[in-house]
Write a protein of this length. Structure first.
Length: 85
């Protein structure tokens, strides 16, 4: 995300609003311009904090763990390039 461009888009109403779960830099300094905008919501990594999402995250972790314990390729790998196909 281009933070400077986002601030401009919000200030000029090119977009109606933004909700951010992750920022650059992180954490934002307390005086960051995004905090002053009424059409911007910044939350501390809680965007995935729903029962369904967290349950699914646990399921994915368990599936990876079981595959790893069996010596198999992890089905949910963030960096699949580590595997030599």
């Amino acid at each position: 995300m281009d933070t400077k461009a986002l601030i401009e888009a919000l200030q000029e109403s090119w977009i109606g609003g933004a909700a951010l779960d992750v920022t650059d830099p992180e954490p934002l300094p307390p005086d960051h311009p995004l905090f002053a905008l009424e059409n911007c919501l910044v939350v501390p990594h809680i965007g995935s904090a729903t029962w369904n999402t967290r349950r699914r995250m646990a399921e994915l972790a368990c599936e990876n763990l079981l595959a790893g314990l069996q010596g198999k390729r992890l089905p949910y790998t963030a960096n699949p390039e580590v595997y030599k196909d």
